[in-house]
Design a protein around this ligand. Sequence first.
Ligand code: ATP
Ligand code: MG
Length: 214
Amino acid sequence: MAKSSSNKTQTNKDKTTYKIAVFSGKGGVGKSTVSAILSVAAGNSVLIDCDPQASLSHWGDLRDSDPEVISLPPTRLKSKLPKLDHDYVIVDTPGALVSGTIDALKLMDLIIVVTPIDTFELAALNDTLNTAEVARKPIALIINRLHPQANAENALTMFSELGVPVCPVVIRERAIHRHLLTEGKTCFDKKSESKASQELTEVWAWIQEQLAAN
Ligand SMILES: Nc1ncnc2c1ncn2[C@@H]1O[C@H](COP(=O)(O)OP(=O)(O)OP(=O)(O)O)[C@@H](O)[C@H]1O
Ligand SMILES: [Mg+2]
């Protein structure tokens, strides 16, 4: 997919690398799922798996195509990043706030906070945003696992007061995401376009707009 213009870290004279972390203070919200999908959407990307559970490293082992997946604790990100000259570095953060996570977020061009939408998640989301804000980097919110029949407008309205950009395209709960990830794939690896891949294409386009805006 095409890369947005302008901005950010130059690893060599002609190369710009955008660094994006997928973050939440809460476990199980879809960080790894979204990281994997975005890394494929991004094209020339490397996926950094900072989670000691290494679920994305296993996902990468099952793949026969890009992206390269590198398993790395957050504390080692700073020395690794300058050696990467891909267009995008996507960083999947651990389920719990482990040592070095905030410092890792400080190295990013964009912090994507992933959240499902229910009452308990909303309480946790405030804590997550407070944590992410410590890094002083642009934050963008993506709603994940919205029920297929739920009204997206209502969901978006709930988040509109938070003071961070919210992706107008929500990621729906779709069994295909679960199934494909266990096979080392994503919705972009299917030959035919699906609702899931359309949705994620729009989400990726919005992320590129956030990068360009910042
Ligand atoms: N949009 C979606 N539709 C259907 N299933 C989803 C979706 N997003 C995530 N899931 C499923 O939810 C579960 C948790 O997702 P995932 O492992 O990506 O979360 P996580 O935030 O990375 O968790 P952890 O904090 O443990 O690292 C997985 O079984 C995954 O397949
Ligand atoms: Mg995970």
